[in-house]
Design a protein around this ligand. Structure first.
Ligand SMILES: *Cc1c(COP(=O)(O)O)cnc(C)c1O
Length: 358
């Protein structure tokens, strides 16, 4: 088995227990059972419960499984917006979320800031008629986060709008206050260190009611994975389609492993590793911290400008069985992105830093 450490921000290195859980899944015939069986329902229920406990999600929220986070962008716009969505755009992922709403023929508006900059609640200027505010907790392309304390202020400013948070490249790190948000989405190949191909969509009753209201008005909320269909199956620990049973099984097990470590310890370790990385970058002559505002620096995807082109850095890391992410799109050569997910120990990060002392 390869022991290469993929500090890439998605897909990323596997969480250490994942191979063990996949092997057990095969031993238990998880990939062959019917998704309408009691055995599947037990797997589904365990994963939902472990995630709810790990992430401290209140009982009035539902947790549904989708094909990816990209899918949830579509679904949340279809199910929660009649006309007006509002988007905070500061990089490729938040921009794509905005474009999704436009392509679905919604009247989407945005506030956009320069690459490397972030948002505070005061910056938002959503039109009064806004139905859904789309926030990206961690903009993966730029390594910029919106602090949870700022996300929490948005609801007070816009009490009538639904608030959805894309937390794909930060979960399970952020400690959200679920009384201040209505929906969260993520996928599993980043912070959960799993094979890609599974999304998680968390919604409260307000989102469900909105989708039903749109349906009553004769507005299409789509057919695949609309909220009423997810809910009617989800109540019985099932999904409308034949789901990614292996992914759902492994996610429940990984969430269970994280529960035994304790989410507070995982969060503390994330901050310790981020501090090591940022301090190293700050003191290095080859690298420079990209995000100027310390409060907006991501704890889970660390982005730096680099003097040595990033593909060359990966050539240097290759014999040491390590890889980091290059910059995003046009920043490919001139930036590096280092994933700081729970799969990596403090030891792993220290090893990487040693090898980055070029
Ligand atoms: C990776 C990513 C996505 C897309 O996730 P998929 O699982 O590929 O659909 C969406 N938003 C953010 C912030 C991401 O980092």
């Amino acid at each position: 088995m390869s022991n290469k450490l993929y500090f890439t921000p998605g897909p990323s290195g596997l969480y250490p227990t994942v191979p063990f859980h996949i092997q057990n899944a095969l031993n238990e015939d998880v990939c062959a059972i019917s998704h309408r069986s009691k055995k599947y329902e037990a797997i589904h229920e365990n994963t939902v419960q472990n995630l709810k406990e790990l992430l401290n999600i209140p009982d009035n929220f539902h947790l549904f499984f989708t094909g990816s986070a990209t899918e949830v962008w579509d679904r949340v716009i279809e199910n929660c917006v009649e006309q007006h969505s509002y988007h905070c755009v500061n990089g490729s992922f938040s921009k794509r979320f905005y474009e999704t709403a436009k392509e679905l023929n919604k009247n989407a508006t945005k506030i956009e800031v320069e690459f490397g900059k972030g948002f505070n609640a005061d910056d938002l200027n959503a039109p009064i008629e806004t139905e859904l505010i789309c926030l990206t907790h961690n903009e993966t392309s730029a390594g910029v986060s919106m602090p949870v304390s700022e996300i929490n202020k948005v609801k007070d400013k816009y009490p009538n709008a639904l608030i959805v948070v894309d937390a794909v490249s930060s979960m399970p790190y952020p400690n959200f206050d679920y009384s201040k948000i209505d929906s969260v989405l993520f996928s599993v190949q980043k912070g959960f260190g799993m094979p890609a191909g599974l999304g998680v969509w968390i919604v409260n009753e307000r989102c469900i009611e909105k989708s039903k209201l749109l349906q009553t008005k004769g507005i299409s909320i789509g057919t695949y994975h609309n909220l009423p269909s997810l809910l009617s199956k989800g109540i019985n620990n099932q999904t409308p389609e034949t789901p990614n049973v292996l992914g759902i099984y492994v996610l429940g097990k990984v969430a269970g492993d994280m529960l035994s470590i304790g989410i507070d310890n995982i969060r503390k370790d994330t901050e310790t590793k981020a501090k090591l990385l940022y301090e190293f970058i700050q003191n290095s002559t080859n690298f420079e911290i990209f995000v100027n505002e310390p409060a907006h620096r991501s704890q889970t995807v660390i982005v730096a400008n680099t003097v040595i082109p990033s593909p060359q850095i990966n050539k240097i890391l290759e014999p040491h069985n390590m890889a980091i992410g290059t910059g995003y799109a046009k920043y490919k050569e001139q930036q590096v992105r280092i994933a700081n997910f729970p799969a990596f120990s403090i030891d792993d990060v220290e090893k990487l830093i040693e090898k980055l002392k070029l």
